[in-house]
Write a protein that binds this ligand. Structure first.
Ligand code: FE2
Length: 287
């Protein structure tokens, strides 16, 4: 498995580093197509505009303000609903309106070879050294055409090797599928099936501060020992928490931000657009 390292230098060691997570954009090859009545292209763009409005975006090296500037975007899978080179190119074009790099990982609706073949090599970086103290590890829990997540043995061995290689950095591990049950039966049936093996590795790595994921289209927050677990809202449809069966929520699309302090502390929060776009099919029984 390839190790692709992206190093992002920070000049001001006194401020925490800000990272922004987006997830589950479910973009179509046809930008006019709709997902449960929602145009996912438009909702994604609304979230981009929200980020531009809320987040300081000047490069850290040019930063003079007291706010933290975003230094990295991570996209935690299901970039596409209908994966194609055109879909992924459009995603990257929209993200390239930010100066900061955006790295992605595969969700169950994505196709791995299309992500890897994209001309934007930066998007496929899987180890991000953020400043002097942090490391983001991007993992692939998806297998083409399978809804449920499962790490390959190769992926788990690679994770173990990276944790050994970086004993002195605070680490965030990112993946698509939920590695912990969220008490929504229909989602928990298609979470990370070998979560036991994953946690056995994480439990041996005290420098891991958080595990962050997508897939669940809702906010889920938990802990395992000292490790924080955070999910991200989708940039399109939200799923209602604590439901036995598929249920669309009436919350608007959003994103998650993180402030990574040099002592390993993380502050995090979620922000959503003001209003749910019109036309969403709340009675849908699935997709
Ligand atoms: Fe999704």
């Amino acid at each position: 498995m390839l190790t692709n390292v992206l190093s992002i230098a920070t000049t001001d060691q006194t401020k925490p580093i800000r990272m922004v997570q987006i997830s589950d954009c479910h973009l179509f090859e046809d930008p006019d197509a709709r997902f449960l009545g929602m145009n996912t292209e438009d909702s994604f763009q609304s979230v981009i505009e929200l980020i531009k409005k809320e987040q300081p975006l000047q490069r850290l090296t040019e930063q003079a303000s007291t706010d933290n500037a975003v230094s990295l975007f991570i996209a935690t899978g299901d970039i596409a609903q209908t994966p194609s080179p055109a879909t992924y190119t459009r995603f990257l074009e929209r993200m390239s309106t930010f100066d900061q790099p955006c790295v992605w990982l595969q969700g169950n609706h994505d196709l791995n070879h299309l992500l890897l073949e994209t001309p934007n090599l930066q998007a496929n970086m899987n180890l991000i050294e953020l400043g002097d103290h942090w490391l983001i590890i991007m993992l692939n829990s998806s297998n083409d055409h399978e809804i449920e997540g499962r790490f390959s043995t190769e992926e788990l061995n690679w994770l173990t090797a990276q944790l050994k290689a970086y004993p002195n950095r605070h680490i965030i591990v990112a993946l698509h599928h939920n590695p912990m049950k969220i008490q929504s039966e229909w989602i928990d049936q298609c979470g990370l099936s070998n979560a036991y093996d994953f946690w056995a590795i994480i439990d041996q790595a005290p420098q891991v501060r958080a595990v962050v994921h997508g897939h669940v289209h809702q906010v889920f927050e938990s802990t395992r020992g000292s490790v924080k677990i955070w999910s991200c809202p989708s940039t399109c449809i939200q799923f209602k928490p604590l439901c036995e069966k598929f249920t669309v929520d009436n919350l608007p699309s959003g994103y998650r931000w993180f402030d990574l302090h040099h002592n390993g502390q993380i502050d995090s929060g979620v922000s959503r657009i003001a209003q749910m776009p019109a036309g969403v099919d709340f009675d849908s029984l699935g997709y």
